[in-house]
Design a protein. Structure first.
Length: 730
């Protein structure tokens, strides 16, 4: 670590400890509240709205207008919406109701602030457009218009009526409400995901206004709370997990788990920041400011009360936990906890650590916590090789599960051997969960004391009451239910696939720069390229290759037999001067190698074979080597990969991928042979449909599809089996 960072950290800890002690003595925060849990087996109704009355945020002296919030199943819209709970092999059915107030178009944007949708981030589910029952999958190209009436429109009509899409508009459009059903595969990993809007150009403002919530697939005690590769990987992957680490029917280990359950409490922590502008002439009245300003509080500001004030204009920046300002979490005597933390902010990153504030002789010390999982997947680990980290870097969309054991904290503070059964006694511990103010190149985020933690007195425990670190083991997945929603068949890519062979990789670039005085964001892709000695031979892309997001353009096409499984190596290169956070929808990836560029990645995320992610940070000038898996039918379709710093995504750092399941769709060559003249637009019908005699009504319909514009053929091919059956009877 650079010397200036070490010195800065030392000064911060010394001054921060005294500030936090004074703050704790003068102010008592609200008790931490948990989001309500709703069962995903029941239909969920999601209301997206701007409350008509100002919102009161616990711990903050002020009332806030203009927040965009979710209300679940009739509950009052809040910064702490309900957490959805489901299991592998089950389906989530939900209805999204858009009640956002009408908004005027913004200069240079195609979308308006009253248009929204809903993306289930981290779930390996289908991205389908509307099915025969009128339900969508995880379709991020849906644009749901507001159903709220506009007083400025004659007759009080809706904000905007969905128009007919033309060949240049790939979006599905609905008005008022839309139904969704997403089915999780039986091998889906257990862990925490989240839901949020994903309309390009306005996603950052909507998430920044509070529109986000959590999804829990099982919990930490689920029978398959395990690393993803052991459930869906190859035999070689599964062979890496020793039989001794599988619980199975071992009665001793089963009793140990029951004891752990009795002692351990699960706690969900949603990190959301809010930038507010003061309302002139009204005391303690604020309005959400969608124009995000990274240096609102002057760059390296310290926020011991979890908020800071702008230098001019009276604006404030809040850093909330579960919609509360600096809440207090109690850990009872003899209790341990697992904190399931999610950065559900739009743009801000967090560098989390637990800093002691009392007893005085330990004030300022940062204690390591056991990290048991991240990004919706557990990290396989034995008790003897538990994964402890002093700091956890969470860029937007990242999640982490940490085990907090007061006995471990006690032994660390007293410098005792950290072994189960080692005696340790303390009258009590006070601490803060803080973000240390990460410096990510272009932005320096404020330091903030996010949550106070009070641990009751710790006494020496008998060894059987001190099981030590959590052992995270690979276990059998549960029996799957039948998928409630069939996965539609995807037509071939119009621009053709590119196969990546063993020893090759795709190169994906992320770049932002200034062109003619204007900021430009874009992505590029090329390949295949050769790995030489396991390292990428090419990491540079020509500047002209970078393009801003175009929803009608497929940037990357993959044809794969998903039932048999298919994987690729990708090198993702950060060709800019600030950190980016790479995210891929509908899939997960391992980070096999990385180069951090000129600045080492501080408090980096865990990486390596067997540790799966859906997002990963890349430093300026650096790159990451990924192993990406496509092995579920639900992964067929069109979706995105992008930077999950939503300010960057909204400005164009996003691209479209299309995955075609070759087991369910003939190749382009076969389709072209069956339908001469169709070229790359052939819809690729099934063998039975393609074998109709020439000149038959069914053949005529297939030829019409092949010659139709791409948007029409792709829309009609979904209904082709029914229509062709009608035609064949004529």
């Amino acid at each position: 670590m650079p010397v200036h960072r070490l010195l800065s950290r030392f000064i911060r800890r010394v001054t921060g400890a005294s500030l936090s002690l004074m703050a704790a003595a003068s102010l008592a925060g609200p008790a931490l509240q948990q989001p309500r849990i709703v069962d995903g087996d029941q239909p969920i109704r999601v209301l997206a709205t701007v409350p008509r009355e100002p919102v009161v945020i616990e711990g903050f002296k002020g009332r806030v207008d203009g927040l965009m919030l979710y209300g679940i199943n009739g509950e009052t819209p809040t910064l702490r919406p309900a957490t959805w709970r489901t299991e592998p092999g089950r389906s989530l059915a939900f209805t999204l109701i858009n009640d956002l107030p009408c908004a005027a178009p913004e200069a240079g944007k195609h979308m308006r602030a009253d248009q929204t949708n809903l993306h289930v981030h981290g779930l390996l589910v289908h991205p389908n457009s509307k099915d025969a029952l009128g339900q969508y999958g995880d379709h991020s190209m849906l644009v749901l218009e507001s159903g709220r009436r506009a007083s400025s429109v004659r007759g009080g009509g809706p904000c905007a009526r969905p128009g007919r899409p033309d060949s240049n508009d790939p979006h599905a459009r609905e008005s008022g409400l839309a139904g969704f059903r997403v089915s999780l595969p039986a091998s889906h990993p257990y862990g925490m995901s989240w839901y949020h809007p994903h309309v390009h150009e306005v996603a950052g403002a909507q998430v920044g206004a509070g529109m986000s919530g959590l999804i829990s697939v099982g919990d930490i005690w689920s029978t398959a709370y395990a690393r993803y590769s052991a459930l869906t990987g190859t035999a070689a992957d599964q062979a890496q997990v020793p039989e001794s680490d599988r619980i199975g029917q071992d009665p001793q280990r089963a009793e140990e788990e029951r004891a752990l359950r009795r002692q351990t409490q699960q706690v969900h922590l949603m990190l959301k920041d809010l930038q507010l502008a003061a309302i002139p002439g009204r005391a303690n009245a604020y309005r959400y400011n969608p124009s995000f300003t990274p240096d609102l509080c002057g760059g390296q500001a310290r926020a011991p009360q979890a908020w800071c004030r702008a230098g001019k204009g009276g604006g404030v920046w809040l850093f909330t936990v579960n919609g509360q300002l600096q809440p207090e979490l109690q850990i009872g005597r003899g209790q341990r906890q697992v904190w399931r933390i999610a950065n559900v902010s739009g743009t801000v990153s967090y560098e989390l650590q637990l800093r002691i504030t009392a007893p005085r002789q330990h004030a300022g010390q940062v204690v390591p916590l056991q990290v048991v999982g991240g990004d919706g997947v557990a990290f396989h680990q034995s008790k003897a090789q538990a994964n402890y980290q002093h700091e956890m870097m969470l860029l937007p969309s990242a999640r982490v599960d940490v085990h907090v054991d007061p006995l471990h904290v006690c032994r660390v503070l007293q410098r005792l051997p950290d072994r189960p059964g080692t005696p340790c006694t303390m009258p009590g511990i006070e601490a803060v969960l803080e973000t240390a103010g990460p410096n990510l190149g272009a932005d320096q985020w404020p330091q903030a004391d996010l949550m106070r933690v009070r641990i009751e007195s710790i006494e020496t425990y008998r060894s059987e009451h001190d099981p030590g670190p959590l052992g995270v083991s690979v276990r059998q997945a549960p029996q799957a239910r039948a998928a409630a929603t069939p996965v539609p068949v995807e037509p071939p890519c119009s621009n053709g696939p590119t196969r990546i062979a063993e020893g090759q990789y795709r190169l994906i670039g992320l770049r932002n720069d200034m062109v003619a005085g204007k900021e430009r964001f874009g992505m590029a892709v090329s390949g295949p390229h050769a790995l030489v000695g396991g390292q990428p031979a090419v990491i540079d892309l020509p500047r002209k290759a970078y393009r801003a997001f175009d929803p009608s353009r497929i940037d990357l096409c993959i044809h794969a037999d998903l039932a048999r499984g298919y994987e690729e190596r990708w090198v993702v290169r950060n060709d800019s001067d600030e950190v980016h956070n790479f995210h891929l929808h509908q899939a997960r990836f391992e980070v096999l190698d990385h180069r951090d560029g000129p600045r080492p990645l501080h408090a980096g995320k865990a990486s390596g074979a067997g540790i799966w992610h859906d997002n990963f940070p890349i430093n300026p000038g650096g790159w990451i080597l990924l192993r990406v898996r496509f092995d579920q039918p639900e992964q067929a379709g069109r979706y995105m990969y992008h930077c999950h710093i939503l300010e960057h995504e909204d400005k164009g750092m996003m691209a479209m991928i299309q995955v075609v399941d070759t087991a369910r769709r003939p190749s382009q060559a076969q389709a072209a042979q069956r339908f001469p003249g169709a070229g790359s637009r052939a819809p690729g019908l099934s063998d039975a449909q393609a074998s109709r005699p020439a000149g038959s009504p069914g053949d005529a319909f297939a030829r019409y599809l092949a010659s139709a514009p791409p948007w029409m053929s792709q829309a009609l091919c979904r209904t082709e089996p029914v229509m062709a059956d009608v035609l064949s009877r004529r």
